[in-house]
Write a protein that binds this ligand. Structure first.
Ligand code: IMP
Length: 506
């Protein structure tokens, strides 16, 4: 007969935190949200070789994680996993695009030859949205630099569009330039002194290497938590599957990826172990690989011990666009899954001294649930819907019934057709049934603004819990289950809510 787990499958909303003693040092300004991503052995005195500055990563999904999301998230200290449901070349190109963004130094993405026309420049501006263009001998981003064109150099309505850009551009001899090797600070001083918005950086042959924009420097100074690699390029992750990893992983590594994640709805499999071990054998321990998803202790131990993964992702069936539980009857309430896996992780740590970070993936529908996930032992969280709602997700805005929305679809939906994520090694081609839906989510603002609010709440709760680090927070956390009645009590009660009942203009 089947084994029945007595414990009911529970979700985050069924729990509340009981505050602990807040000491004077427990102030928001002292809180660190750094979170390890790579496993480390404390007995050997190791530290994690890769950590996030905020405990947030975006899901490896077509409607969530493109290069724009990756740059925005790295700027805030988190990491995006560029989706794998695309060709190897396209995914590697997206990774390379993110890596071209050094904090402050960017590869020029809008370039023309001197004989291109003003009409070409207008078309390029429409495509890239950028009005500063480098003019190089061959029109490439690393060609010999000849000049710079901005929208201040021409009048779109009056100037003859067939004239070549060489007649409008500021020629090289009149441009303030710098050599490769200059620091960001020095570059900014030059921009400031020259009253310029953009500084081209050239190599010794006069070829363009990058551009420094004043606005990026300001951004950089305002984002002390940027997540970068040793060369100060933005960090980026990528989803991979258990089918084509022998070709996909080399291409992603070549493009400069920082973290790989085996993306599968059910990761408790030989396929995941074989893929992880192949990567380890081919590239050694310096490549960071996560995997999952799992919902119980045995599966965690399998991935930690046998597949030697760096981090393990927890969650099956909880995603906002997910219909796996309905379609296949597999999954587990996210809180129960996370607690079961965290318990096994802690046991493994006690036995071996090896700490394996956990990522709670899917189903986080508000800031409180994120807080509870961290309290229950997640080192960081992965979210799809949360980031799909921001301006930086790769989908277009649409107006529906007076509101502004963006499309958001599951990787297991017909639209994504990411059959690798769902048919792990089963040998069956294509998808016979969907495990995700095609939906819309409201647009809420840019990544920075939504994160600012969530992070402020997390830090405030950490102070309530007498904790200054995410680990301390989980170690100090005391949680209580709540009844349906106390859940109701938690909302407003016996008052007329201004929001719901009284028109704003009364
Ligand atoms: P969300 O943050 O609740 O929107 O959940 C995002 C997570 O859902 C992803 O990180 C995946 O683990 C999972 N997911 C993505 N697409 C699908 C799908 O089509 N079906 C089931 N789960 C999905």
């Amino acid at each position: 007969m089947a084994k029945i787990i007595d414990e009911v499958s529970r979700t985050f909303s069924e729990y509340l935190l009981i505050p602990r003693l807040t000491r004077r040092e427990h102030q928001v300004k002292n809180v660190s949200l750094r979170a390890p991503v790579a496993r480390f052995n404390t007995k050997a005195g190791e530290e994690s070789q890769f950590s996030l500055n905020i405990p947030f990563v975006s899901a490896s999904m077509q409607s969530v994680s493109g290069p724009e999301m990756a740059i925005a998230l790295a700027r805030e200290g988190g990491l995006a996993f560029i989706y794998s449901s695309q060709t190897i070349e396209a995914q590697a190109e997206m990774v390379a695009k993110v890596k071209a963004h050094k904090a402050g130094f960017v590869a020029s993405d809008s370039n023309l030859r001197p004989d291109n026309t003003l009409s070409d420049a207008l078309e390029l501006r429409r495509k890239t949205g950028h009005s500063t263009m480098a003019i190089t001998d061959d029109g490439s981003k690393n060609g010999v630099f000849l000049g710079i064109l901005t929208d201040k150099d021409y009048c779109e309505f009056d100037d003859e569009k067939k004239r070549p850009v060489s007649e409008f551009m500021t020629a090289r001899e009149n441009v303030v330039l710098a050599r490769v090797g200059i620091s960001l600070h020095e570059a900014n001083v030059m921009l400031h002194k020259g009253k310029k918005e953009c500084l081209p950086i050239l190599d010794q042959d006069g070829c363009l290497q990058s551009l420094v924009f004043k606005k990026d420097y300001v951004n950089h100074m305002n984002n002390p938590h940027e997540l970068t690699d040793k060369q100060k390029r933005f960090a980026v992750g990528a989803g991979i599957n258990t089918h084509d990893y022998t070709e996909r992983v080399p291409a992603l590594i070549e493009a400069g990826v920082d973290v790989l994640c085996l993306d599968a709805s059910d990761g408790y499999s030989d396929y995941q172990k074989e893929a992880a071990l192949w990567i380890r054998e081919t590239y050694g321990d310096s490549v960071i690989i996560g995997g999952g998803n799992v919902v119980h202790g045995d599966a965690f131990r399998f991935l930690a011990q046998e597949a030697r993964l760096d981090f393990v992702k927890v969650g099956i069936g909880g995603g906002s666009i997910c219909i796996t539980r309905e379609q296949k009857g597999i999954g587990r309430g996210q809180a129960s899954a996370l607690m079961a896996v965290a318990k096994e992780r802690d046991k493994y740590y006690e036995e071996t001294g090896v700490y394996i970070p956990l990522c709670s993936d899917g189903g986080l529908s508000n800031d409180t649930q994120i807080i509870i996930a961290l309290a229950m032992g997640a080192d960081f969280v992965m979210m799809g819907r949360y980031f799909a709602m921001t301006s930086e997700s790769p989908t277009p805005r649409v107006s529906i019934g007076g509101g502004i929305y963006k499309p958001y679809w599951g990787e297991g939906s017909n639209r994504a057709r990411n059959w690798q994520r769902y048919n792990q090694g089963s040998g069956e081609a294509g998808m016979k049934f969907e495990e995700g839906v095609d939906a819309y989510v409201p647009v809420v603002g840019n990544v920075k603004d939504v994160l600012d609010l969530t992070l402020a709440k997390i830090k405030s709760v950490m102070c309530n819990m007498g904790s200054l680090t995410v680990k301390e927070f989980a170690d100090n956390a005391v949680l209580t289950r709540i009844s349906e009645q106390s859940f109701i009590e938690g909302g407003t009660s016996n008052v007329l809510s201004l929001e719901k009942n009284i028109p704003r203009n009364v």
